[in-house]
Design a binder for this molecule. Structure first.
Ligand code: ZN
Ligand code: ZN
Length: 408
C-alpha cells in the first residue's frame, strides 16, 4: 500500500496543472444543466489518464444532452465507493477582479464548484497512477454531476444509474463529497454525524382579492393587507409550532404587488421565500402550518391565498444526513478531521445520494488567515487554489482506506 509521503509527492506533481484547470473552469462557468465546458474538460482529462467513463448523464429539462460524467477505477473489493463533484455555477455578476474572472456575462463560480471539479479531476489522475503501479484496495467511482444549485442534478444522476453496477464495474456502496468552506482555516477538514445541511423548499404565495380605487376600500378585497398579515404571522410558526431545540426557518425574501397608480388597490399580491429545517418531520410541520396560515389569514381578509413550492425549476432538497458508518470511514481515513462541524441551513443535493447509500460530506477549509473572506454565493468569492492539494489528498485517502465494514 502506498505511503503518505509518496501520495503527497504524486499530488504535488499534479498541482500546477490542476491550478490551470481550476482557473479555466472559473473563467468558463455554466449554469445548472449548462456545464458543457466543465463536462468536456473532465472527459478530456479522464481520457488522458485512460480512465473509462460514461457521459451524457442527467439531462436537464431544457438541455439536449446531459453534462454528467461517471468514471470507474477498478479495485480489489466487491463494491465501489463513490466520490462526487458538482460542476455548476450561479447567476451572479463576478466582482473578484481576478485575471481569470468569468468570461460568461452574469454567471460565476461563486460556490466553488470549479474547485470541487478540479479536486475530483486531480483525485482521478492520482488514483489512476496508483492503480497502474500498485492497484487499488476497492473500486472507485468518480461522479461529476450538473445542477447542484437548485436543479437536483444529483437526483437525475441517480435516476440515470450513477450508483448502479455496470458490465465492468460494481455498484457503489458508500458516497463521499466535499465542499469548500470559507469560514474554516485553510488545510482543515471538518464534518459531523447526522444532519449537515437542511431540507429546503422555495415557496411562492399568491393572494387574490379584488382591486379598485384606494379611496373606496369597502368595495374591494385588499390583497396587500392580507399579505402583510401573512408575512407577520409566518414568523410565529417557527416560534410556536416546532420544538425550540429543533431548527427551522421561514424567510420571505420577495414581496410584489401593485403596478397601477398610488391610488389603486391591486387585485393580486405575491410573496416568495424559503422554508428550511434540519429534520424531515420539522419540514413537514413548517409546510403544513405555513399553508394553513396563508389560506386562513387570506380568508380572514376576504381574499384567497395559495402556496406552491414549484418555482422556475427549483427542486425541493431533503436533509443531507451523514451516516454514522460513512463518518466512521472518514475518521479512519482522515484522523485529523474534526467532527464538530455545526450543521447549516443551506441546502445540498448530495442529500439524494444519502437517501440511497450511506454517505458523508465534509468541508474543506479555504480561509488563508484570521481575516474573514467573502462567503459562498458572494460576488467576490473565489475558491482558494491552495486548498486543492488538501482536497485531493482527502479524497485519495478515503478511496485508499480499505473497506472494513462487512459488505451487504
Ligand atoms: Zn451554492
Ligand atoms: Zn455549493
Amino acid at each position: 500500500m502506498i505511503d503518505q509521503a509518496r501520495l503527497q509527492q504524486l499530488i504535488r506533481e499534479e498541482i500546477p496543472s490542476l491550478i490551470q484547470i481550476r482557473r479555466k473552469l472559473h473563467q468558463n462557468p455554466g449554469l445548472s444543466y449548462q456545464e458543457s465546458y466543465a463536462s468536456a474538460l473532465v472527459k478530456e482529462d479522464l481520457g488522458k489518464s485512460s480512465i473509462p467513463f460514461r457521459d451524457g448523464l442527467a439531462k436537464g429539462p431544457e438541455s439536449e444532452v446531459g453534462t454528467g460524467v461517471v468514471a470507474d477505477l477498478p479495485g480489489d473489493a466487491a463494491q465501489a465507493i463513490g466520490l462526487r463533484a458538482d460542476m455548476d455555477a450561479l447567476p451572479i455578476v463576478e466582482e473578484t477582479g481576478c485575471e481569470y474572472a468569468s468570461k460568461v456575462p452574469g454567471v460565476m463560480h461563486a460556490c466553488g464548484h470549479d474547485g470541487h471539479t478540479t479536486i475530483l479531476i486531480g483525485t482521478a489522475r492520482v488514483l489512476a497512477r496508483i492503480n497502474r503501479e500498485d492497484g487499488l484496495p476497492q473500486p472507485v467511482r468518480l461522479i461529476f454531476q450538473p445542477a447542484e444549485e437548485g436543479g437536483a442534478g444529483g437526483a437525475r444522476m441517480i435516476e440515470d444509474g450513477c450508483l448502479e453496477a455496470t458490465d465492468s464495474s460494481p455498484r457503489v456502496r458508500q458516497m463521499f463529497a466535499l465542499h469548500g468552506w470559507p469560514d474554516a482555516p485553510l488545510g482543515t477538514i471538518r464534518t459531523c454525524e447526522g444532519p449537515i445541511t437542511a431540507a429546503t423548499a422555495c415557496l411562492e404565495v399568491t393572494v387574490k382579492g379584488r382591486g379598485g380605487h384606494a379611496a373606496f376600500p369597502q368595495f374591494n378585497q385588499d390583497p396587500i393587507v392580507a399579505t402583510a398579515a401573512i408575512v407577520s404571522a409566518a414568523q410565529s410558526i417557527v416560534a410556536r409550532n416546532i420544538d425550540p431545540i429543533a431548527s427551522g426557518v421561514i424567510s420571505i425574501t420577495q414581496c410584489r404587488a401593485g403596478d397601477g397608480g398610488y391610488n389603486v388597490i391591486p387585485s393580486e399580491a405575491t410573496l416568495r421565500g424559503t422554508i428550511r429545517a434540519l429534520e424531515t418531520s420539522v419540514m413537514e410541520t413548517l409546510k403544513r402550518r405555513f399553508e394553513e396560515v396563508v389560506s386562513q389569514i387570506a380568508a380572514a381578509h376576504d381574499c384567497c391565498g395559495e402556496v406552491t413550492y414549484q418555482i422556475e425549476g427549483l427542486a425541493e432538497y431533503p436533509v443531507t444526513i451523514n451516516s454514522p458508518e460513512a463518518v466512521r470511514v472518514l475518521k479512519g481515513a482522515l484522523p485529523e478531521a474534526q467532527t464538530d462541524l455545526q450543521p447549516v441551513m443551506g441546502g445540498e443535493d448530495f442529500a439524494f445520494y444519502g437517501q440511497k447509500v450511506p454517505s458523508a460530506m465534509f468541508v474543506l477549509g479555504l480561509r488563508p488567515g484570521e481575516a474573514p473572506i467573502p462567503g459562498l454565493h458572494h460576488p467576490q468569492f473565489n475558491f482558494n487554489d491552495d486548498a486543492i492539494a488538501t482536497g485531493v489528498e482527502a479524497f485519495c485517502r478515503v478511496a485508499l482506506h480499505a473497506p472494513s465494514d462487512p459488505e451487504p
